[in-house]
Design a protein around this ligand. Structure first.
Ligand SMILES: [Zn+2]
Length: 334
């Protein structure tokens, strides 16, 4: 944790600033210590460089979700150059320039790949939050960046007031037990006039996943030991990888094969990921199979969330025919 992060943090119970106690530090980086609230006596440890705000009453469902994604991102922790292009597609119509000079919240940062991009885009500060052990990957992946921060916390109960110019959540909200409340919690921490942005699985275009894959995920693969789900993902990925490289990749790249792209099943999405490496492909399958909770969000629900949050300038667009991205601006106070 960098000392600068303290200026953004407030006690999640009484919303007052913390007193910082440093037990071990390396230059600006506090590795072990404690954040104390003088008002309510709440104490939150800083362990291995990361402030921990884990609520004591975490539901079994949230614990299982955190365990699933903690496993994924601590076993697949690399950040690649291709991550930038994918992030910019997830976040559209925003561009890299929209992050410059901004204070940014990443709601569900996983291994920190988006924090890494946003820090490089020139954000004043970007703070990634995650409930899971993925923070153990996100922190070493980003600690060298002076404007990048990582905390372990629950999106429903974050230790901030509303310091953010921009808050985004990519691929996370749909794994929450109550996705709409998760989105509203994210928006709560955005300044008036600031922006919220998200990407979620779509209800539209995913009927076969809901009907065929989800029963297997819910009843089998999300309940197995993670290593076994990883092994299953490996074997599922073998024929999928072959199809991506031999069919979907050429159909995507060669104009003469546009007819093939139209006929291949689920081609919007599978053509888009046809450039994935085998490892990316396998962990993408694992991601799909391991989650205890996955909600598929309709365009109408996205619109309802934006309206409930009273966001203006709302833009919602479909991505790869199977997911939604949306953004809107929080009104300025009267
Ligand atoms: Zn307090």
């Amino acid at each position: 944790m960098k000392r600068k992060l303290l200026t953004y943090l407030t006690c999640p119970r009484c919303r007052l600033p913390f007193t910082l106690t440093v037990e071990r530090a390396e230059c600006e980086e506090i590795l072990e210590g404690e954040l104390d609230c003088a008002s309510c006596s709440a104490r939150f440890p800083i362990l291995r460089g990361i402030p921990r705000f884990l609520p004591p009453d975490l539901s079994a469902e949230k614990q299982a979700t955190a365990a699933a994604f903690g496993y994924e991102w601590t076993h697949y922790s690399e950040i690649t150059e291709a991550d930038q292009e994918e992030f910019l597609d997830w976040i559209r119509p925003l561009t890299a320039a929209d992050f410059a000079g901004k204070v940014v919240l990443d709601g569900g940062c996983g291994k920190g790949r988006h924090i890494f991009q946003v820090a490089r885009f020139g954000a004043a500060d970007v703070i990634g939050i995650d409930l899971s052990d993925a923070v153990e990957a996100a922190y070493p992946n980003t600690r060298h960046l002076p404007n990048a921060h990582v905390i372990q916390a629950d999106i429903y109960n974050l230790p901030f007031l509303a310091p953010f110019d921009l808050a985004y959540s990519i691929g996370v909200i749909h794994h929450l037990p109550d996705p709409k409340q998760g989105f509203l919690s994210l928006v709560k921490h955005v300044k008036p006039g600031g922006r919220a942005s998200l990407w979620v699985y779509g209800k539209e275009g995913n009927a076969w996943i809901e009907n065929l894959v989800d029963p297997v995920r819910i009843h089998v693969t999300s309940r197995l030991p993670k290593f076994l789900t990883q092994v299953i993902s490996f074997f599922v990925s073998l024929p999928l990888y072959a199809a991506l490289k031999l069919l979907y990749g050429p159909a995507e790249r060669r104009p003469g094969l546009a007819w093939l792209k139209r006929r291949l099943p689920y081609s919007g999405y599978l053509c888009a990921i046809s450039g994935y490496s085998f490892a990316e492909n396998m962990w993408n399958v694992f991601d799909q199979l391991v989650a205890p909770t996955a909600n598929y969000i309709s365009e109408a629900e996205m619109k309802d969330w934006m309206a409930t949050a009273k966001l203006g300038e709302v833009r919602i667009s479909q991505r790869n025919n199977n997911s939604w991205r949306g953004t809107g601006v929080k009104p300025r106070e009267a």
